[in-house]
Design a protein around this ligand. Structure first.
Ligand code: FAD
Ligand code: NAI
Length: 476
């Protein structure tokens, strides 16, 4: 007889593993099935985020930033480093170690919360019967289990450019970009999005000459224009060669190099030669091998699993969360949806507020924002007030030796409600949380302006930007 569960979660990325834990906390019997394998063929739960996404990229961003600081920034602090050299092998090993700690942590959390873990690939094996949906698992685990309810959290894959399939040796997706064994002298990156900028920054800091080729004529179109302009200026100064408005043509592999023919914004035909090429042009939902046809699971026109606002699919008792459904492809969005679904299953009122999901790009300086951009407010015809405060005028930033960037507040012209907060600067990823909380509580800019912020701290720039809304900055 097959093992029966109240809830089966397919995928143990941030959407799936968090949903499984929350469902177990709420008293359901829960199984989570995940296919990811480590190099020894063992389980590696955590999905894209843990294995080839958020975690390893942040590990390498940190290491490469240390390397760059040791080379330049330490000098200003009066620290002379002699004989600086890069041990890339150790850097990659440390990154792998950080990933493994997270894999192991999830297995521990499953045990602690009594979630039954199956290592393998799950597929719907037919219509729901009295025990729920039968799911066939293949791989190290090889059995059929049933779930009265199912949460699909199968994530996404890197989008391929036609004619330039990933071989992870010369043409790299995020997977290969996180594991290059020698610093490439010339690195090409197609797509100046989040991955292109983060991975481009890592390899530039380690010594690569990085050329980024972006299709759109604007840089970081989803980011507030003022912040994006500042970012373009700073990244260019750091040495990233950012080319906008490029039409990519033939990509040809040689023995140890790859050439990219493209037309630049001026219409000139160019062929560039690279030692490695990262292609980061977005991601596609992963519904492969899920047996969606077996049960008539509906996909939308872009291939995502079709869900309503509550993450319900067209099948009774089947839900879907994370990258495999509409909305931003972010780990914390996947987690919020996973928790909300588990709570809805238990008759509670879980919710995910798409208006207050923070975005962070972990470059140096970091870029972080929540809410609407100035260009969106203009397009929506909303009357707003704006206030900015530069880190140059912040004492803590000066002490850190990192004064680039600013905090920008956008508030409703009449009610003063905060509509968007945009930060480029040191620790923007941490600073943005205050703005998220404020917006979730529908705070006004004046609320932030009147709250006592510790001195000296970067967060004073947030308070000052709120003061700037009414032209009352105290330190600028
Ligand atoms: P995934 O994490 O993709 O997990 C899906 C899991 O399901 C995988 O383990 C997969 O093997 C498994 N699976 C698929 N099909 C089956 C099946 N049929 N049976 C069993 N298992 C299956 N987001 C952030 O918020 N912050 C960041 O800093 C960040 N950095 C990133 C850096 C990179 C390089 C990349 C590529 C992404 C990054 N992201 C980041 C995005 C983030 O990784 C995703 O939004 C997040 O992983 C989505 O979670 P998920 O649970 O929906 O899917
Ligand atoms: P992206 O959507 O961020 O950027 C893709 C870029 O490629 C865009 O600027 C787009 O205009 C460009 N592009 C698309 N097709 C092109 C073509 N044919 N030629 C040239 N340029 C082209 O996607 P990316 O960087 O691949 O990342 C995927 C997703 O992963 C992100 O959208 C984000 O959701 C997530 N992610 C999040 C991170 C974070 O939160 N810090 C870090 C990395 C990834």
């Amino acid at each position: 007889m097959s093992k029966q569960f109240d809830v089966v979660v397919i995928g143990a990325g941030p959407g799936g593993y968090i949903a499984a834990i929350r469902a177990a906390q709420l008293g359901f019997s829960v199984a989570c099935v995940d296919a990811w394998e480590n190099e020894k063929g063992g389980p590696a739960p955590g999905g894209t985020c843990t294995n080839v996404g958020c975690i390893p990229s942040k590990a390498l961003l940190q290491s490469s930033e240390h390397f760059e600081h040791a080379g330049h920034a330490f000098k200003e602090h009066g620290i002379d480093v002699a004989g600086l050299s890069l041990n890339l092998g150790q850097m990659l090993k440390r990154k792998d170690g950080v990933v493994k700690q997270n894999n192991d942590g999830i297995l521990y959390l499953f045990k602690k919360n009594k979630v039954t873990f199956f290592h393998g690939r799950a597929a719907f094996a037919g219509a729901a019967g009295a025990d729920g949906y039968p799911l066939a698992i293949t791989g190290p685990a090889n059995e059929t289990i049933t779930g009265k309810q199912v949460i699909i959290a199968t994530g996404s894959n890197a989008r391929q450019l036609p004619g330039a399939e990933f071989d992870e040796k010369l043409i790299l997706s995020n997977t290969g970009a996180l594991a290059i064994e020698g610093v490439p002298a010339k690195l090409g990156v197609i797509g100046a999005g989040v991955i292109g900028l983060e991975m481009g920054s890592v390899w530039r800091r380690l010594g690569s000459d990085v050329t980024v080729l972006e299709g759109l004529p604007v840089f970081l179109g989803a980011v507030d224009e003022q912040i994006a302009k500042e970012a373009n200026k700073l990244f260019t100064k750091q040495g990233l060669k950012i080319n906008l408005g490029c039409k990519i043509g033939a990509i040809t592999k040689g023995d140890n190099s790859v050439s990219v023919a493209y037309e630049n914004a001026k219409g000139e035909a160019i062929t560039a030669e690279f030692d490695k090429l990262i292609i980061s042009i977005g991601r596609t939902p992963n519904t492969n091998g899920l047996g969606a046809d077996q049960v008539g699971l509906a996909l939308d026109e872009r291939g995502f699993i079709a869900v309503d606002d509550d993450c319900k699919t067209n099948l009774p008792g089947v839900w879907a969360v994370g990258d495999v459904v509409r909305g931003p492809m972010l780990a914390h969005k996947a987690e919020e949806e996973g928790v909300a679904v588990a709570e809805r299953m238990a008759g509670q009122h879980g919710h995910t507020n798409f208006n207050t999901i923070p975005w962070v790009i972990y470059t140096s300086p970091e870029i972080a924002w929540v809410g609407r951009t100035e260009q969106q407010l203009k397009a929506d015809g909303v009357a707003y007030k704006a206030g900015t405060f530069p880190f140059l005028a912040n004492g803590r930033a000066r002490a850190l030796g990192d004064t680039s960037g600013m905090v920008k507040f956008l508030a409703d012209a009449t009610t003063d409600e905060i509509l968007g907060v945009h930060i480029i600067g040191p620790m923007a990823s941490e600073l943005i949380s205050e703005a998220v909380v404020a917006m979730e509580f529908k705070a006004s800019a004046e609320d932030i302006a009147r709250i006592c912020h510790a001195h000296p701290s970067l967060s004073e720039a947030t308070k000052e930007a709120a003061l700037a809304i009414d032209k009352r900055t105290l330190n600028f």
